[in-house]
Design a protein around this ligand. Structure first.
Ligand code: EPU
Length: 421
């Protein structure tokens, strides 16, 4: 395992190009199992979550080619419905999408329960509720989920989610695509990657409408044909580089973004004193003066994303006055990084779902540990902004979701390197 060594205190300046969206890629790759034949997926991020997912698919008999580092060609002709490798499934969260894909394609599934970042209790009851509503007999144990067709077979149905869940929305969309009849998901998640998944499936011949609203309709089709699809840019990777530019007092052009997806993040950073210029597919962000305190509450899209909570917390720790940061999706997410930031000089009090952050002029380098992906990203930002040297441990979390982070930050002028333990 390695660690990052960061010599902080230098503003980030220059241009960074954002990779394909992690949370779209990890939904689209399993969804590709529904396709009869080959599909070519472009703008796939080269991150460890994607590499593990591809290893799972390869082990299941899918032929995979990577003509370049951001393109994946999947050929499902040799795929027989083999259950995914248990050990690999436990390495990432998104492996739960294999449940929907196997159910939809073969009418049955046997999949180990997923692993991934453990910053909170992450139940999958809404996924199970969806599969059951589609007619599956579901057996869930502590280790796996097993599904077979129920007495009336599998078919579309109306499902109202009890909580807005990205994972359940994706899994039900994937499972329902090839089932007879119409499925309606109410109280669906509206994240950009839900729309991206619908666009991918529709490109391959599915009939999905309403993605991006709270009601998604899936009219089942008999089969999906192959095709080519390019994944959207990563909203959270872009937000992370924006927060890093702001925290270090830099000036960065963020290329390959969809500015509309960034509005919830850019408006908060602008409120804190950043200058933001939107172009068609790029954003320039700079911090001309000191940062001001603000109030943020995380929400499902189009609200401020929980996956940006830790990164904006670093900006708040460096802003004048007292900021309030409230988490409404994963209550325990603060515990992954706040004490680490405190060891760098941040002043954070957590009361229930809210962190009260009293800003300071300076953070100081320290040895800190990432406890999940976004917590790790926040510690990298804090290290870039801090005086002195910071060592970030447990960087395998960061590498789950950030493609070539060292190279991208170094190109912006950061002094950062990966040191092997
Ligand atoms: N929930 C339930 N039951 C369920 C599913 C979710 O109660 O069956 C609750 C969760 O406990 C949570 C809320 O609903 O309080 C939202 O969870 P959601 O299902 O939306 O989260 P997820 O699908 O497990 C995805 C992303 C996360 C991101 C969340 C929220 C992927 C692979 N993961 O997780 O991304 O934080 O949505 O936007 O898409 C990350 O990228 O760092 C990351 C953790």
């Amino acid at each position: 395992m390695g660690r990052y060594e960061i010599k902080g205190g230098k503003p980030l300046n220059g241009t960074v190009t954002i990779s394909g969206a992690k949370n779209a890629a990890v939904a689209i790759l399993p969804a590709a199992l529904l396709v009869n034949g080959c599909c070519r997926i472009e703008n796939v991020p080269d991150i460890s979550d994607v590499r593990i997912l591809l290893a799972i698919l390869e082990d299941m008999g899918v032929k995979i080619q990577r003509p370049d580092e951001s393109t994946v060609i999947l050929d499902n002709s040799g795929f027989t419905g083999k259950s995914p490798n248990e050990e690999l499934v436990r390495k990432l969260r998104a492996s739960y999408y294999l449940m929907g894909a196997l159910l939809g394609r073969f009418g049955k599934a046997f999949v180990a329960l997923p692993g991934g970042c453990n910053f909170a209790s992450r139940p999958i009851d809404q996924h199970i509720k969806g599969f059951a509503a589609l007619g599956a007999d579901v057996v869930e144990t502590e280790d796996y989920v097993s599904m077979t067709p129920g007495p009336n077979g599998l078919r579309g149905n109306r499902i109202s989610l009890d909580v807005v869940s990205v994972g359940a929305t994706v899994n039900i969309m994937i499972a329902a695509t090839l089932l007879p009849g119409q499925t309606v998901i109410e109280n669906a998640a509206k994240e950009p990657h839900i729309v991206d998944l619908a666009n991918f499936l529709n490109t391959m011949g599915a009939h999905i409408s309403g993605a991006g609203t709270d009601t998604v309709k899936i009219r089942g089709v008999d089969a999906l044909r192959g095709g080519t699809y390019a994944i959207i840019p990563d909203q959270i990777e872009a937000g992370t580089y924006m927060a890093a530019a702001v925290a270090t007092g830099g000036n960065v052009l963020i290329k390959n973004v969809i500015p509309k997806h960034m509005e919830c993040i850019t408006s908060k950073l602008a409120e804190m004193g950043a200058e933001v210029i939107n172009y068609d597919d790029a954003i320039r962000i700079k911090r001309p003066g000191p940062l001001r305190h603000t109030t943020v509450k995380t929400h499902p899209y189009p609200g401020f994303p929980t996956d940006m909570q830790a990164q904006i917390c670093v900006c708040m720790a460096l802003a004048s006055g007292v900021s309030r940061l409230t988490e409404s999706v994963y209550e325990t997410r603060f515990f992954g990084y706040c004490s680490e930031l405190e060891s760098m000089g941040a002043d954070i009090q957590i009361t229930g779902k809210t962190a009260i952050i009293t800003g300071t002029d300076t953070l100081y380098g320290a040895t800190v540990s990432a406890h999940d992906l976004r917590a790790g990203a926040a510690l990298v930002i804090a290290g870039l902004a801090a005086e002195g040297t910071t060592w970030v441990k447990n960087i395998h979390y960061v590498e789950r979701g950030y493609e070539r982070i060292i190279e991208k930050l170094a190109a912006l002028g950061a002094t950062i390197r990966r040191v092997e333990d």
